[in-house]
Design a protein around this ligand. Structure first.
Ligand code: F6R
Length: 610
């Protein structure tokens, strides 16, 4: 959710903050603002709308400051407007604060502060923090002590950055539930909600953990807990490059990331396949592999697209590793008092590694003594660090709000884990080899699918005005139907639903008429004959059918209106290939409709609030 960036040093921070906010815009884009302090002067500039609006305003002012903070907002409390935009300030305009998260007891704190005479300008929960900190400053506490005392009164989640005109040599940050990093430079330091905001200036970062507060000056930083214990932090070197977070000439990050899948899928398996032995090697699981293999049960918890990957994982684990597997929405998992035993393994799948619900599921599973393993993309992310062990998917930075390459890489990693476990159980070397062989062929097959881009764009043109879509698949491709529908909803705002194809007869079939496009995922696998029957059922009712089918399938052409033919692979890996035409279909429909594909309305890339 909201993006946070800050700078303290000898340079003018204004362009640094604006560039940082542009990099962070995928976290929220309903309003943006910066707060600056220089030579005893302070200023705040805020705008409703995208960072470009703020940039334009800033360009008309001659601003210069060595200390500043910036924020791009995803509204929780209070509509997107200039007043609710961050930074929030105290009445004297000497104290500025930006916040990511939700202050749950803000009403109580607000009443208390109002009784003390504090006036509130915005409808946000965040504003209470700035006045609460101010109330301690007026009692002559230092800035860092005031932040600490204020946070002791707060319930909820936060990543905050605070600057104060009377202490212009520091920037104070703290986190609980919302990510924050400190970036280290020469006579300058940075803070951000994720490294992409500061990657242009430094690759040395310190990740703050929950309950920690950092005081950052231009020449150093100190970290302590909110309860006042000094902490030594490790400095990490970021391995991603600036090019990886640039659009690289593509019109949208989403298209870039769809096309990158040839490489991202390759990267997810790089160095991890033991082809001769028909198995996989996953360094991140080396210490826990025996416990994993002997698990009585596997639970996979995740949200959104990652949850769809988890569903595919369930099919894989049960078919090959023969371990009973359940998949649960992370948001539901925690609140239903789940039965988790010590010999269970709980996987958390998260692209960002920051999703609040998935983190909550992680904590629940850990508290109950299960083996807790993370499957994340963002290196150093909270879920990756809090898991007992795990596997990075190595898809590279995913900036488009709609997840694409992370999904296919999650599937690859799930296949690798399945291989590893299944081979240690009953899967033979030759059966394992069939899987490793097919895994190796995937990148070339993805290249073939990407060549169908023009055909898919034409189909998108035909269906751009449809109001509803149905996506149907069976077995391994039921989750692909869900994922195809989610992609369309998110970026084109067309209502779409995914169903197991056979379930159609139990209700959704009532929706079918000549205005209802139905997308069938129909590879020639063990469910093909059944899918063909379902296609006939839709056809008999006048539905318009688009099918994703194997390139060698000669039967299907006469049954459907449009067919996208793609290379064949084994059933367990078919979701990797089948999801790509669906990503392209959603992408083209959204582009034709003139929508902002990379920043769809109401969404944010990393959902750090529950
Ligand atoms: C869909 C999408 C979201 C995320 C979900 C979980 O395109 O991006 O549904 O998949 O918010 O995010 P992560 O994987 O970061 O936990």
């Amino acid at each position: 959710m909201c993006g946070i960036v800050g700078y303290i040093g000898e340079k003018n921070c204004v362009p640094i903050l604006i560039n940082g906010l542009k990099r962070l815009e995928y976290r929220g884009y309903d309003s943006a603002g910066i707060g600056l302090i220089e030579n005893g002067n302070s200023s705040i500039i805020k705008n409703k709308g995208k960072v470009s609006v703020l940039e334009e305003t800033v360009s008309t002012l001659n601003l210069h400051a060595g200390l500043g903070i910036g924020h791009t907002r995803w509204a929780t409390h209070g509509i997107p407007n200039e007043i609710n935009a961050h930074p929030h300030s105290n009445e004297k305009n000497t104290l500025f604060l930006i916040h990511n998260g939700i202050i749950e007891n803000y009403q109580t704190i607000k009443k208390g502060l109002q009784n003390l005479g504090y006036n509130f300008k915005s409808d946000t929960d965040s504003e209470v923090l700035v006045h609460l900190i101010d109330s301690f400053l007026t009692k002559d506490y230092s800035l860092s002590k005031s932040v600490q005392l204020a946070l002791n009164e707060v319930e909820g989640t936060y990543g905050i950055a605070v600057i104060y005109q009377n202490e212009p040599d520091k920037l104070v940050v703290a986190r609980k539930g919302s990510p924050l990093v400190v970036g280290l430079g020469e006579h300058e330091n940075f803070i951000a909600s994720d490294v992409s905001a500061i990657l242009a200036y430094t690759k040395q970062v310190v990740y703050l953990d929950d309950g920690e507060l950092a005081v950052v000056s231009k020449d150093g930083f100190t970290v302590k807990t909110i309860s006042d214990k000094e902490i030594e932090k490790e400095i990490h070197e970021i391995s991603i490059s600036l090019e990886e977070i640039d659009k690289g000439g593509y019109p949208h990050f989403m298209l870039k990331e769809i096309i990158e899948q040839t490489e991202s899928v390759r990267n997810s398996m790089r160095g991890r396949l033991l082809v001769n032995e028909g198995t996989a090697k996953l360094g991140g699981l080396a210490d826990v592999v025996d416990r994993l293999v002997n698990s009585k049960r596997i639970l996979i918890s995740a949200c959104g697209t990652s949850w769809h990957a988890a569903l595919v994982g369930e099919y894989m684990f049960e078919q090959f590793a023969r371990i009973p597997t359940e998949v649960e929405y992370a948001s539901e998992f925690r609140y239903r008092n789940p039965i988790i035993e010590k010999d269970d393994t709980v996987f958390l799948i998260s692209q960002s590694g920051e999703t609040a619900d998935t983190r909550a599921a992680l904590h629940e599973a850990k508290n109950r003594g299960a083996l807790v393993l993370g499957i994340c993309n963002v290196v150093g992310s909270t879920i990756a660090r809090e898991s007992m062990a795990g596997v990075y998917i190595h898809a590279g930075p995913e900036i488009g709000v709609a997840s694409t390459k992370a999904f296919t890489s999650q599937l690859i990693v799930l296949a690798l884990i399945t291989l590893l476990v299944a081979r240690k159980k009953s899967l033979s070397t030759s059966e394992g080899k069939k899987i490793t062989d097919e895994l190796q062929k995937l990148p070339d097959k993805i290249s073939e699918i990407l060549k169908l881009n023009d055909q898919i764009e034409q189909i998108a043109n035909e269906f751009k005005d449809s109001k509803n879509f149905l996506y149907l698949g069976r077995g391994y491709n039921f989750p692909v139907a869900l994922e195809g529908a989610l992609k369309l909803k998110e970026i084109s705002y067309i209502h779409a639903e995914g169903y197991p194809a056979a379930e159609m007869k139990h209700g959704p079939i009532a929706l079918i008429d000549e205005n209802m496009p139905v997308v069938f995922i129909a590879p020639k696998d063990s469910t093909y004959e059944k899918i063909v029957s379902n296609i006939e059922e839709v056809k008999a009712r006048g539905g318009r059918i688009i099918a994703i089918a194997d390139d060698a399938d000669g039967e299907i052409d006469s049954l459907v209106d449009y067919v996208i033919k793609i290379p064949r692979t084994i059933e367990m890996l078919s979701p990797v290939l089948n999801s790509i035409p669906l990503q392209l279909l959603a992408y083209h429909i959204a582009v034709i409709k003139g929508l902002n594909v990379d920043q769809p309305r109401n969404l944010a890339k990393s959902v750090t609030v529950e």
